[in-house]
Design a protein around this ligand. Sequence first.
Ligand code: BJW
Length: 261
Amino acid sequence: MSDRLDDPRRDEALQTAARALARSARVAVFTGAGASKESGIPTFREPETGLWARYDPMRLATPEAYRDDPPFVWSWYEHRFGVAAAAQPNPGHYAIAELEHLLPQVVVITQNIDGLHQRAGSSHVIELHGTMHSFRCIDGRHRGFGWDDFADQDEKPPRCPACGDYLRPEVVWFGEGLPPDALDAAQRLSASCEVMLIVGTSGVVYPAAAIPMIAREAGATVIDVNPERDSLTRLCDVFLQGAGGEVLPELIAAVRAHLGA
Ligand code: BJW
């Protein structure tokens, strides 16, 4: 275990994590908002800077909130999607993508909706909380619309091109089920991975937060990369304290060294 990046035990923890990864045929990388923070996208629960420190999630991230005030919720998402669309993957995203070239099977299970893992080059990404790149009408009868499908509409929220109801983003709000195929795949991969690498999640939102526990109970080595200790830290075998964009490139360099790659 390492407490700080400059801790003398830090290199030992990094090497332990790298060795476990280098020996692993099946790796699951489980990410949250912290993985995108160095890309300029705010997290949710960090004091002061987190979105939920400034906004009430019950007024913005529930189906009831959207039904109560569609323009308000839509404008908040429009703003956030603008920030995310302008963002670039950071060194942590690229390091995770590079793992795919070093190890037999690497799957990213993300709670993020920003698509930055894919843009960094990760080819197998499971999106547990949906995506900011897809929209559907509010009752879900018509799905799969992209930004271009309503770019010519002035009304906000825009209307479903098929039925005329309001569109909404394909993201998972509180009280809504996660996409069943994504959740099934994530749970299956967690139960069979040899190493789970966790990056940038507080691990408080369920059912996603159970993913590391599934891996742990199935005997995987669990590595956590986070600047802060939190509820997941006690679950992990190796805690690498620090920002993903700093720790992950070092970790992947160490994996390379172990593999002689
Ligand atoms: C860094 C860093 C750096 C900083 N590098 N790291 C069991 C127990 C209790 C409650 C429940 C339960 N089961 C269900 C619930 C209810 C609820 C829930 O979990 N509530 C808890 C919060 C109390 N769950 C739900 O409602 C879920 N649905 C559900 O269960 O439905 C049941 C159902 C089944 C069938 C049919 C119908 C219903 C849905 C949850 C949806 C979550 N949605 C959001 C919004 C998505 C859209 C959007 O973006 O607007 O998802 S909320 C928000 O939280 C977002 C995130 O994906 C999610 C997780 O947050 P995350 O990623 O962990 O971010 P933070 O901010 O919490 O943490 C950031 C971390 O990064 C910190 O640790 C930092 O230290 C770290 N960090 N800088 C690395 N540079």
